[in-house]
Ligand binder design. Structure first.
Ligand SMILES: [Mg+2]
Length: 246
């Protein structure tokens, strides 16, 4: 168990569309289920699409808007959306990915996951990928908490650091496929941020199909973040966290 006198830096890994490829189409499956959930609230398809996108854009997570503005039980939502995705048929164990995690030098850093999903989904993904024993801590969206926070809200990152007993943002390494989540971390001075960017693939965000790219939104902060398209590239980007080859 980490303690507050454990001053090793932390490598934070996002889970969805970072530990597995967007080509697994899990974001598509999630988008469809969330859309169906909105429709189930009595909205037309058009209203559902519009609201889904608006909540995602405004809050970073459609469920944040659903709990704020509709009488939605987050656990029911989780069961019908993330909980009903046949993950076992969509993603599979990758020996290379496990090796990458094994090669991280634990005497130098701790390895945690930082996700916008709820705990059961996060744990399910980590189990399928056989990474659960290599992730020391998990920060997830606590759907049971009233007004729970999520990335990219600063409070979420503060909560993550507090949970890990870490106060120095220069000791944070972070990789996420969502550039907005990276920008938020940079704004809090998280020192080593990497954007996982599978350029050219199609993903679903806020219910809309998007072509993944590394272009910046208008007005986005100008910061020097490295893009990678495979996690293997972390060996080159962050050589200091890996065991020295024998
Ligand atoms: Mg992600």
């Amino acid at each position: 168990m980490p303690t507050s006198n454990d001053d090793r830096p932390i490598v934070w890994f996002d889970i969805d569309n970072t530990l597995y490829s967007t080509s697994a189409k899990i974001s598509h499956a999630m988008g469809e289920r969330i859309h169906a959930y909105f429709v189930g609230l009595g909205l037309t398809h058009e209203e559902a699409s519009e609201l889904h996108l608006r909540y995602y854009t405004q809050y970073g997570l459609a469920l944040r808007g659903l709990t704020r503005h509709h009488d939605v039980d987050p656990l029911d939502f989780d069961q019908k959306c993330d909980g009903s995705i046949p993950l076992e048929e969509m993603i599979s164990f990758s020996p290379e990915l496990r090796k990458l995690f094994e090669d991280i030098d634990r005497s130098k850093v701790r390895v945690w996951a930082l996700t916008n999903a709820y705990k059961p989904h996060a744990q399910r993904v980590l189990r399928i990928l056989k990474l659960d024993d290599l992730i020391e801590g998990l920060v997830y969206c606590d759907y049971l908490a009233k007004d729970f926070v999520c990335k990219p809200e600063p409070e979420y990152y503060h909560m993550a650091m507090a949970k890990a007993g870490l106060s120095d943002p220069s000791k944070c390494y972070f990789v996420d496929d969502n550039r907005g989540n990276i920008d938020a971390a940079k704004a809090l001075s998280w020192a080593h941020c990497v954007h996982f960017c599978e350029k050219g693939l199609e993903g679903v965000e806020g219910g809309r199909i998007l072509q993944i790219d590394n272009e910046r939104a208008p007005g986005a902060p100008d910061n020097d973040v490295i893009d990678i398209s495979t996690l293997e590239e972390l060996r080159k980007v962050w050589p200091e966290i890996f065991k020295q080859s024998e």
